[in-house]
Design a protein around this ligand. Structure first.
Ligand SMILES: Nc1ncnc2c1ncn2[C@@H]1O[C@H](COP(=O)(O)OP(=O)(O)O)[C@@H](O)[C@H]1O
Ligand code: SF4
Ligand SMILES: [Mg+2]
Length: 325
C-alpha cells in the first residue's frame, strides 16, 4: 500500500535577524535530511528534546511553513510547492492538534462554534442544523458531555479542552493528523486518557497519525514506529518494540535510561554532558555527528563525519558509526 505521507530529505531554514548597526541577516537550518513515511492507519511517534525540530517537521508537512529542500508527498501527490486553492483544499485533509489546550481554542467562541468552524469555512455543512448534528456527534465521540456545545472553553479542564481540539481536527474527516505534543501541557493524571482516546480514534477511523512528544514513555503504546530526532536530524527510526527493546543510537539509549547519558567512563563524559532541556544551538551545530559532544562512544571520526541514517535490518535505521553491529 502506498504511504499516506512520504517525506524525503526535508530541510527547513529560519531567518535569524540580528540586532546591531548593520542588522546582519543569517539563515539557520533547523532541520535537514529528514525522510520518513507514514502508512495509512499508521501512527509514527516523533520524539526528541526541546529544540530538536519536531514542531518544524510537523508544520512543514502541513505546509504551514516554507521548506528549503526536499519533497513532501501526500496520498501520492507532490505537495511540496502546492499553493492557492489546491493548498487550501489540502489543508482540510491534514489537521493539527496543538500542545496547549488553554491557548489553542478561541475563548470568545462557544465550543459548538469552535468545532463547527472548519466545516463552515470549507463549506461542508449544508445547513445550520447539519452542522449542529455533526458537532454533537463529534463531541460525543471524544467523550464530551452533551451540553458542551453551548459552553465556553474556560468552563472545561485541560483534558476536556484537548478533547475539543481533537473533535475540531476530526470535523474535516482528515486522513492525516499531526498531534504536536498533545498531552505535554496536561496533568500527568489525564495524559493517558487523552492518549488512549487518540489511539481509539486513530484505529477506528483508520487515520495516519504523527504523534510528537519529547518523552519516549508517552508515545510507547500509541506508536507503530518511532523516529528519534536530535539537533534537526532523525538519528534512529524503527518499529516500536525495536526502539524500546533494542535501541541502537546512544541518544535513544540515553532517552530510555534514567540518567541523561549512560557512560562507561562517567568521569570523562560527565563534563561533556549537556543537561536535559538544554538544547543544541542550531546556529552553531557541532561538526560531524551532532551528538558527539555528549556521546560516551564518540571517536575521532564522529567529530569529522556525520553518520548516515543506515538500514540495520528489519526496518531499523540508525545514524551512528560506533553503536550496534
Ligand atoms: N520562527 C522561528 N525562527 C527562528 N528559529 C526558529 C523558529 N521556530 C523554531 N526555531 C528554531 O528551530 C529549532 C527547532 O525548533 P522546533 O521545531 O520548535 O523544535 P521542537 O518542536 O523539537 O522543540 C530551535 O532551535 C528553534 O529555536
Ligand atoms: S556517530 Fe559517534 S558521536 Fe555520533 S552517536 Fe555514534 S558514537 Fe556517538
Ligand atoms: Mg515543539
Amino acid at each position: 500500500m502506498s504511504p499516506t505521507l512520504s517525506v524525503r530529505d526535508l530541510a527547513v531554514d529560519y531567518e535569524l535577524s540580528r540586532a546591531g548597526l548593520f542588522r546582519r541577516r543569517r539563515m539557520v537550518t533547523a532541520v535537514s535530511g529528514v525522510s520518513f513515511d507514514i502508512a495509512p492507519g499508521e501512527t509514527l511517534g516523533l520524539v526528541g528534546e526541546s529544540g530538536s525540530g519536531k514542531t518544524t517537521v510537523g508544520r512543514a508537512i502541513l505546509r504551514r511553513i516554507p521548506t528549503s529542500a526536499g519533497q513532501i508527498r501526500f496520498e501520492g501527490q507532490d505537495i511540496t510547492d502546492l499553493a492557492g486553492e489546491p493548498l487550501r483544499r489540502l489543508r482540510a485533509q491534514m489537521q493539527i492538534v496543538l500542545q496547549d489546550p488553554y491557548t489553542s481554542l478561541n475563548p470568545r467562541m462557544k465550543v459548538g462554534d469552535i468545532v463547527a468552524e472548519p466545516l463552515v469555512v470549507h463549506g461542508l455543512a449544508p445547513s445550520r442544523e447539519a452542522a449542529r448534528e455533526a458537532v454533537a456527534a463529534l463531541l460525543a465521540r471524544v467523550g464530551m458531555p452533551a451540553d458542551a456545545a453551548g459552553r465556553y472553553p474556560h468552563s472545561f479542564s485541560g483534558g476536556q479542552r484537548q478533547r475539543i481540539g481533537i473533535a475540531r481536527a476530526l470535523a474535516m474527516k482528515p486522513s492525516l493528523i499531526v498531534a504536536d505534543e498533545p498531552v505535554s501541557a496536561l496533568d500527568v493524571s489525564v495524559r493517558a486518557q487523552v492518549v488512549n482516546l487518540m489511539q481509539d480514534l486513530q484505529r477506528d477511523l483508520g487515520l495516519s497519525l504523527l504523534f510528537i512528544a519529547h518523552d519516549l514513555a508517552v508515545v510507547r503504546h500509541i506508536s507503530h514506529r518511532v523516529a528519534i530526532m536530535y539537533a534537526g536530524r532523525i538519528v534512529e527510526l524503527a518499529p516500536r518494540d525495536a526502539i524500546y527493546d533494542r535501541p541502537i543510537h546512544p541518544y535513544t539509549q540515553a532517552l530510555l535510561s534514567a540518567v541523561p547519558v549512560p557512560s562507561p567512563t562517567v568521569q570523562r563524559s560527565r563534563r561533556r554532558i549537556v543537561h536535559p532541556g538544554e538544547s543544541v544551538d542550531i546556529a552553531n551545530p557541532p561538526s560531524g555527528c551532532r551528538f558527539h559532544p555528549r556521546c560516551p562512544l564518540a571517536t575521532e571520526r564522529c567529530r569529522d563525519d556525520a553518520p548516515p541514517l543506515a538500514d540495520r535490518g528489519a526496518g531499523h535505521f540508525a545514524a551512528c558509526w560506533n553503536s550496534g553491529a
